[in-house]
Design a protein around this ligand. Sequence first.
Ligand code: GAP
Length: 521
Amino acid sequence: MSSNKVSKSTITDELTQKVISLCQRRAILFANSDIYGSAAGFFDYGPYGVELKKRIENSWWKTFVQSREDIVGIDGSIITSPRVWVASGHVAAFNDPLVDCLKCKSRHRADTLVEDELKISVDGFSLDKLGELIKEHKIVCQKCGGELSVARKFNLMFSTHIGAVADESSIAYLRPETAQLMFADFRIVQQAMRKKLPFGIAQIGKAFRNEIAPRNFVFRCREFSQMEIEFFIHPKLVNSCPLLSKEILEKKVQMITAIEQGKGKDGLMETMTIGDALKNKVIKTQWHGYWLITCLEWLYSLGITPANLRLREHVKTELSHYSVETWDIEYKYPWGWKELQGIANRTDFDLSQHQKESGKDLTYFDEESHERVIPHVIEPSIGVDRVFFTVLLDAYRENASDKGSTSTLALHPELSPVQVAIFPLMKKDGLAEKGRAVFEMLRNEFVCEYDESGSIGKRYARQDEVGTPFCITVDYDSLEKDDVTIRERDSGNQKRVPISKLKEVIECSFGEYCALHGGKK
Ligand code: GAP
């Protein structure tokens, strides 16, 4: 069993190491069942982590499902009929390139090995090309220096068996993406909800991939959660999106096209409006353009720095078997620009495949043209854990002082695991009772934590580390004047506020933050 400790050794940059160490120290997110030396690629969220993770999921669900009339949600099963994965192409084509060490028998992902050793991007390189590079540059096993086998395909699906008999006929798979159920359930959901095209089906749930080389903490792990939308569109109207307002068309984004990457100019970005990108056919269809900007805007609303996000088009050889055009939203990670979200044009591939495999009619009757069509699909797909980690990397700040250095997570207040912390200056003289009364008053409105141990400085530092935006101190003046000191995390500013006005003041500060940085308040 490979260990999480081994995969951490691949992390060389300081920021990533600091964020991982903060996650472990404060039990935010850590290796699964570590007391047994956990398998690589499995993680557990602790009390602060689960709070932040749920907030990310809730924000996504609110934005893309509850606030829209054209998207409905489902929550499907993790194990489904294996025929789903035959139809989707995952049994045949969900592979990564693998090489074996002929000496120590360890296995490596060929593309990441080449990237690590040659410091180049190999997005879209074929199995043969990777094999050639390994041979040409005499790349050897990273563990023992042994010679490597030829590169071959490795299927990433975890398999299991249904029922008491484990044979070929009972084989089943843990889903490698949540997407397929939105296709398999398309008909029942569309009819029951009386949805007309265009409309989407969304889902948040677990996905499993037996990654050859899980790495960079939860960036690439083996069990993770996805938030996916399959947005169904009349096949003749993929390039006609009524939601593309003038405001959206004028939004500028950083992007790198397939053509630029084809010229070998990896990293040459342009800043373009979505309108120009569509006019010049850089982005081929209007609905794709709409979803790219809509997904970017949601990431901005989480407080992620816009300059650290860009769009990158997949080069032809990199496209998944189901896609005719894919754009990734990439984040500038300490280890380079990498995929945070994928937004693919899956055409009618999946519905057609499921119609063929199941023999069931998955067409849609278009009342205007009186014809039956198989809808086309734009699919925004993003991993919860990857968003989680990205948010932490983007929000991590270090505060140096003569007493040493402490850290702060400058999280959007809507995401912070604790929104308000309440400290009595001392436990005695009625201060603890007053502090508890403030805590009880606020805890129905915000996620609050009461802390009476250690110096006030230490208590501030503890809350800064987990990104608490507001800390309230109850002191001797509070007993007389019925007011408290409220301290704002990012500026360190403190002001006295009457207890009766606390809720209003905190809500107002939330609003000010959102006005400045984006968000929902
Ligand atoms: N349904 C399409 C699909 O699954 P994908 O690009 O393979 O496409 C979508 O995955 C998103 O899921 C990625 O952009 C990433 O955020 C997340 N993801 C994929 N593999 C992951 C892994 N091994 N660990 C963590 N997140 C992952």
